[in-house]
Design a protein around this ligand. Sequence first.
Ligand SMILES: [Zn+2]
Length: 125
Amino acid sequence: MEMKPVHQASCHCGAVVLELKMPNGLEDPRRCSCSMCRKRGAIAASVLLENLKIVKGEDNLTLYQFNTMTAKHYFCKTCGIYTHHQRRSNPHQFAINVACLEGVNPYELEPVKIYDGIHHPSDQN
Ligand SMILES: [Zn+2]
C-alpha cells in the first residue's frame, strides 16, 4: 500500500480533510480492545502529532472523551465518521482511521492485530 509524501484523509461527507505525513507508510495498523475502540471497530494507524494537519473542517470536528479523559477522540459532527484521536498510550501520536485515507481499502489490511487496550495500565487500580 503506497503512501504519498503528503497523504489526504477525509470523513464521509467531506467536511473534514486531513493532510498526513507518513514517512514509514502505514505504521502499526491495528484494532484495539478498549471499551471505545471495540464499539468503533475502526483500524487505526500511527502518525506523529506534527505530521497531521487539519486542512479543512476543524470546526466541524467534535471531541469525545471518557474515563481518564486523556485520549481525545475526534469525529465529524455532520457524518459521524471518526477521523483520528490523540492517544492515551502514546500522547505524542495521533491514531488515524485508515478507512479515511484516500485510496486505501481497509479490508485489504485484514487480518489486523488487536491491541490490548482493555488492560491499559491506567485502568488497573
Ligand atoms: Zn463528515
